[in-house]
Design a protein around this ligand. Structure first.
Ligand SMILES: Cc1cc2nc3c(=O)[nH]c(=O)nc-3n(C[C@H](O)[C@H](O)[C@H](O)COP(=O)(O)OP(=O)(O)OC[C@H]3O[C@@H](n4cnc5c(N)ncnc54)[C@H](O)[C@@H]3O)c2cc1C
Length: 464
């Protein structure tokens, strides 16, 4: 923020990139928990639009200004296998390569990025940006092998026998939970992950006519907004069992879906598939009311007897939740079905030399947490292959570089300045179109937003 306020955009990029290997991605899709901790917001004002300012930086600066060199492998280097080229796997591979190790990333799809490429739609994360960002992480120490599936083409014991000194499992959570209703295999009913992958990876449009989406999380919102843009779609309705307040999807996603013309029907639960000749005709729902809080702290949906109704549908996308796929992990000794259990400090599984992280371990989570998991795992794997103690003290890094505050002619202007809101693609241009929805702010907006920052860093960095 301090560098942006001074117009030092390349310095700002270096600071960003040093901490985060995927800054362009995060400046678009991160759920910005930093903004909830921002003191400008905590003291009665509006938090600084940190993600929006990061977007301004990454859109303006050539990533070449920060290109860390990966040292050539030497006698102390090891060969390490990373399974999965999502944010966790890529972050781990990048960090390990900078420590001088030779990393092979095995990915079952034909493109790197994990959920960034196969699930998050391009109107939120343009693909040319993502491709460039991933390319900038690669170097001579990293080899990416596509179309290789753990559990089918390779297995853990085989990789260790081949000479890999450690294996990092970052397979994500790519299984869609099913409704478990009779008739769910009817033509026209599609699991959420399959729907998104078919379109994002292969350009196949599986939605047509009246589309229903079941779920209240980000996958449901993304599936609904992708369906809304597909060519044969008439209408899109999201069906959710609680109220909007309990929906786990980010508020900005839900609001964008509603603004685009997607309907959200709340307090309804699916109870039966109505099909004819093996094809979906309608979904039968029952209306709910909210009862006592459940284990998640949210009020439990309670069905209202006699409130069943049929919603005629041509396509139903089931996006209630994702979970790790058990098949690939069968080759992990100690696997007990779901994701692997890991030591919370060392990310080690019960099988020696095998580590795991990202959504595979946490269940569906966030990009920034997956990147953090990959970075931490890389540090531990480096210690493991060098024969050092795995557990270390987790030191919190405080800001250390002093950046002189910029002098502002009139402080009162700053007090009355409002948080910047990025411009968006007009609603009438979004139907059947995958252009990026959120756009970049202007330089003058960036300067005034960054100058609202209260500069908490000076408590640590101001020279005495
Ligand atoms: C629709 C959707 C929208 C989302 N939106 C957001 C958002 O806006 N903001 C946010 O912060 N987070 C979002 N997330 C969550 C975020 O994308 C994930 O938390 C993050 O990508 C997890 O990273 P990961 O590296 O652990 O796993 P993944 O990104 O899932 O990557 C795992 C990789 O492993 C590969 N793989 C799987 N099995 C095998 C195998 N057997 N062999 C070889 N390779 C394999 C997969 O193909 C994939 O490339 C979203 C998720 C979804 C599904």
């Amino acid at each position: 923020m301090a560098h942006v306020a001074r117009g030092e955009y390349e310095d700002a990029y270096r600071v960003l990139r040093q901490a985060n290997p995927l800054p362009s991605t995060c400046s678009r899709v991160c759920h910005h928990p930093c903004e909830a901790s921002c003191r400008a917001g905590a003291t009665g004002g509006e938090p600084i639009a940190i993600r929006t300012l990061k977007r301004f930086i990454v859109d303006r600066v050539d990533p070449k200004v920060y290109a860390p060199a990966a040292p050539l492998p030497d006698a102390r280097s090891a060969r390490i296998a990373v399974i999965g080229a999502g944010p966790a796997g890529l972050a781990a591979a990048h960090e390990l390569s900078l420590l001088g190790h030779r990393v092979t990333v095995f990915e079952r799809e034909t493109k790197p990025g994990g959920m960034l490429v196969c699930a998050i739609p391009s109107y939120r994360l343009p693909r040319e940006r993502l491709e460039k960002e991933i390319a900038s992480l690669l170097n001579q120490n990293i080899e990416l092998r596509y179309g290789v599936e753990l559990g089918k083409d390779v297995n853990i014991d085989g990789l260790l026998a081949e000479g890999y000194k450690a294996v990092y499992l970052a397979l994500g959570a790519h299984g869609s939970r099913a409704l478990d209703l009779p008739g769910e295999e009817s033509e026209g009913i599609v699991p959420g992950m399959r729907f998104l992958k078919e379109f994002n990876l292969h350009g196949r449009e599986l939605a047509r006519g009246k589309v229903g989406v079941i779920g209240g999380g980000n996958s449901a919102m993304d599936a609904a907004r992708v369906a809304f843009r597909q060519s044969g779609v008439e209408s899109v309705t999201v069906f959710y069992r609680r109220t909007r307040e309990e929906m786990p999807a980010y508020t900005e996603e839900t609001e964008a879906a509603l603004a685009e013309g997607i309907r959200i029907e709340t307090l309804v639960a699916p109870i039966a598939v109505v099909s004819e000749g093996g094809r979906l005709k309608a979904m039968r729902f029952i209306r709910n009311e909210l009862g006592e809080p459940d284990a998640s702290g949210r009020r439990r949906p309670v069905p209202l007897p006699g409130s069943q109704f049929d919603a005629p549908l041509d396509t139903l996308i089931v996006a209630i939740s994702e979970q790790p796929e058990p098949t690939a992990l069968a080759c992990l000794k100690s696997s007990d079905g779901g994701g692997p259990r890991v030591d919370p400090e060392t990310f080690a599984t019960a099988q020696p030399a095998v580590f795991a992280g990202g959504d595979l371990v946490t269940g569906p989570n966030t990009v920034i947490d997956a990147i953090a998991a990959g970075k931490r795992a890389a540090a531990v794997i480096d210690r493991y292959v060098r024969g050092r103690l795995l557990k270390t003290v987790n030191r919190i890094a405080m800001p250390s570089a002093y950046v002189e505050p910029v002098s502002v002619p009139d402080e009162d202007d700053l007090d009355s300045a409002h948080r910047v809101t990025p411009p968006e693609l007009p609603l009438d241009q979004r139907r059947r179109c995958f252009h990026e929805v959120e756009m970049c702010i202007s330089e003058s907006q960036a300067l005034s937003e960054a100058r609202r920052c209260l500069r908490c860093d000076l408590e640590f960095t101001h020279p005495t």
